[in-house]
Design a protein around this ligand. Structure first.
Ligand code: ACO
Length: 311
């Protein structure tokens, strides 16, 4: 039997009320949101690394300016999301510590390397495309600060996705070597992009409760299918081949049938054994350590100002 406070809370959720920071909420709701928003924030921050890798090597000044702006946007997304998580009573310092120690997760996708310039296209097109597919419905999520953060993030993610597709168009319609590079990027990023939506519904431990609380609006498999349905025609338009021999339009279902990604690989990446897990955490730890003097300087400055104001 549900306690009356929890029942009233569930009724608010069912009525599509937004839950705000000072409202009563079940501990599980708070914990689950801190986990999801925290992981999401970390993904934005770590997500700067694979693309940051190409800023100095972008082929033109224009491409460099665009990529730089995009990577800065990702940092901004991380910051709004840390703020949203902080309204639930966890500090950004704590979340940062838990990222740096490997205790908190970030998206599996960012543990793959970006080997060629075409990967900037594939990341924008597929990774940001998958991110939007997942985040547009989160604009309606039940927790107010998270839902509101999603509005701006989704606008910026759409620009990211378009810039990625634009790179893919250039590459796919370029020289034979460029076309091959584009195909190779699609080959490597297809499976990992499908994994971004999380494990299959039957292996998704959080989905049932998160959907009942409208922390999540759709199941992992639902969004994965939507992503495939949207992306296959885009690959066809590019003249590229999705690396899946079983891929075919299923007239009856009104969806594409497609092969599942390699779930053993996914769980292995989650355990820390992906191609770049160690490198990513080392890069974040290095940035944190090297930024120490900035943090100390800012704290000393704030203390001085407080002391002056108190006189
Ligand atoms: N990468 C890393 N971990 C993952 C991934 C993934 N792609 N998918 C699932 N997991 C983890 C979950 O965090 C969970 O682990 P935990 O209990 O230790 O936290 C476990 O696998 C089981 O998965 P689910 O029960 O399905 O987890 P959940 O309900 O949280 O669903 C999802 C996962 C869909 C990613 C959800 O958290 C979500 O929608 N998050 C918000 C969006 C987001 O974080 N996007 C990040 C990438 S986009 C970007 O940054 C550009």
């Amino acid at each position: 039997e549900m306690d009356p406070q929890e029942r009233a809370f569930q009724e608010r959720i069912n009525a599509n009320d937004k839950i705000e920071p000072k409202d009563w909420m079940p501990d599980g709701y708070r914990k689950n949101l801190i986990r999801q928003i925290g992981q999401h924030a970390h993904s934005e921050i770590v997500g700067q690394l694979p693309e940051g890798n190409w800023i100095t090597r972008a082929p033109t000044l224009e491409r460099k300016a665009i990529l730089l702006a995009k990577v800065q946007d990702e940092a901004g997304h991380g910051l709004y999301l840390y703020c949203a998580a902080e309204t639930l009573g966890v500090s950004r310092d704590q979340m940062t510590r838990d990222l740096l120690s490997g205790k908190m997760k970030y998206s599996s996708i960012f543990n793959y390397p970006t080997l060629t310039w075409a990967d900037m296209g594939a990341v924008g097109w597929l990774v940001d495309g998958a991110a939007i597919m997942n985040q547009v419905p989160l604009q309606r999520t039940s927790y107010g600060p998270y839902a509101r953060a999603m509005v701006r993030i989704c606008k910026e993610e759409s620009f990211h996705q378009r810039q990625g597709y634009d790179i893919m168009m250039k590459m796919a319609n370029g020289t034979e070597a460029q076309r091959k590079m584009a195909q190779d990027a699609l080959n490597r990023f297809w499976g990992p992009s499908l994994m971004m939506f999380g494990p299959s519904d039957e292996n998704s431990v959080h989905s049932a409760q998160s959907m009942a609380w409208k922390i999540k609006m759709n199941s992992n498999d639902e969004l994965r299918q939507k992503f495939v349905d949207q992306t296959v025609p885009q690959a066809e338009y590019l003249g590229l081949t999705v690396p899946d021999d079983t891929l075919r339009w299923n007239e009856e279902r009104g969806h594409y049938d497609f092969a599942q990604p390699d779930w053993d690989e996914f769980f292995d990446v989650l355990k820390g054994n992906g191609p770049c897990n160690t490198e990513r955490l080392e890069a974040r730890n290095k940035a944190w350590d090297e930024g120490r003097w900035v943090r100390e300087g800012l704290l000393a400055h704030a203390a001085k100002k407080r002391a002056a104001a108190a006189q």
